[in-house]
Design a protein around this ligand. Sequence first.
Ligand SMILES: [Ca+2]
Ligand SMILES: [Ca+2]
Length: 358
Amino acid sequence: MEPFDVARVTIGIKADKTRLSRTEIPIRIALANDAAFSKAVTTTVGINYNYDDVPDSSVTENAESSNNVWTFAHGGRPLEAWTRRGDSTNHAWHGADLGTASDESFVSPPINVGDGDFAISFRHRYQFESGAAVPGGPEVFFDGGVFEVSEDGGTTWKDVSTYTDPNYPQTIYPVEDNSNVLRGRKAWAGISPAYPNFDYVSLSFGKALAGKTIKVRFRVASDESAGAPGWDVDNITFGGITNLPFPTIVDDRRACTTAPPPPPPRDGGSGATDAGPRADAGVRTDAGGGPGAGGGGGGGGWNDPGAADAGGNPSTPSGSDDGGGCGCVTSPGAGAGSGPLAFVLGGLAMLLRRRRRG
Ligand SMILES: [Ca+2]
Ligand SMILES: [Ca+2]
């Protein structure tokens, strides 16, 4: 490969059809080039197969589906601070603490609150910029994050502390020349208690929002200088709601035992060409099995050493799916692997850049 080349490699994979659940294939890649700075580079890519990505099936956002249903909002110039991060063992949503003034929100789809008690829980960790504002001065908190609620579809927002105490530990540096839009507000700032492990947040609203359709958002904001690792959020669970806003990753349903019978042929047609899309409809019909699987999502794993919740949360590589359908995955290598694999090979190729002559 030439420097900066990207190569596409096809790897033959034989899947054991007796394997009944979502499974990770670890693929070890080794490249060697005697003319490179690093003569040999190896890496391992985890790719999952044997799963379905089921829409509208859970009260929990566990960040494992690549079909995102949240949106991104910007208080000023768009900076795209929120991204989905992780690997084949677990993903979380990440809000960057940027080294420039920012106001970036990760906004939920509509949440239909039932008539009873309503609660939200999630796991998170954060490390936002803090330090002395003047030499020898006390620690102050330049950047941070808050959680907000909208009762009017996202037009106006109230801090969650309007409804229940989120136990924000700090106040964003309140001086007037702090360019952070959250200056003077209580927030999650500094470093979270268990960092780099995740802490749990549980918010109980009682009946304050009963019968309403709301949105919630995680809002990260920073001042004009110096960033930090930022905020990771996972397993955002809504209790007491009447819709299923989020997708879930479930074991592949394999044989089409849950699919509806094939439709009668249309006039003049065999109906055979419709088999794919109609099989996909079967997946959606089966979504009733999803909430249980999604609601309990644990998820140690990605960047989460020693996490206490060993619920396990096998996941998808970004951008991959088996295309829906209730049948078996027939080509996991081509369908799930080519994207991540090409990416890794491109990265390896960069590491293997040749020495310059002379
Ligand atoms: Ca997750
Ligand atoms: Ca900052």
